[in-house]
Ligand binder design. Structure first.
Ligand code: 5GP
Ligand code: ZN
Length: 113
């Protein structure tokens, strides 16, 4: 989708700090880190939200989730990790290209929750 910021990141029109990439999935650091290592995982096809995902796209995303979370765990050494996906404006979604937040946790006062 031409006016989607995440599609622009996929196309290389907007730079990002890549964490992981394969044929179907891109993971990159969130521009506004709620905690150190805050990462977004997106499908390379434009789907607005979880309702629009096909089983194939969902499979592609979750197939690489252990690899991505283990890489984050290794690099940032958090004591916990939240996976969070907002669907709809009322749920806090601000970019309407499906994305899973990976939020590393460092204990009380880490700035999230
Ligand atoms: P949402 O609120 O839709 O669940 O999350 C959207 C996320 O995208 C936010 O955490 C926001 O900081 C992040 N974001 C928005 N624009 C950009 C951008 O241009 N680059 C990166 N890396 N993250 C972005
Ligand atoms: Zn998009």
């Amino acid at each position: 989708m031409s006016n989607c910021i995440f599609c622009k990141i996929i196309n290389g029109e907007i730079p990002c700090a890549k964490v992981f990439e394969n044929e179907h999935v891109l993971a990159f650091l969130d521009i506004s880190q709620v905690t150190k290592g805050h990462t977004l995982v997106i499908p390379k096809v434009h789907k607005e939200n979880v309702y629009e995902l096909t089983p194939e796209i969902a499979k592609n995303l979750f197939e690489v989730m252990p690899q991505i979370t283990n890489a984050i765990k290794k690099q940032f050494n958090p004591i916990g990790l939240n996976l969070l996906n907002n669907n709809g404006e009322q749920a806090g979604q601000s970019v309407f290209h499906y994305h899973m937040h990976i939020i590393p946790r460092y204990g009380t006062g880490d700035g999230f929750g």
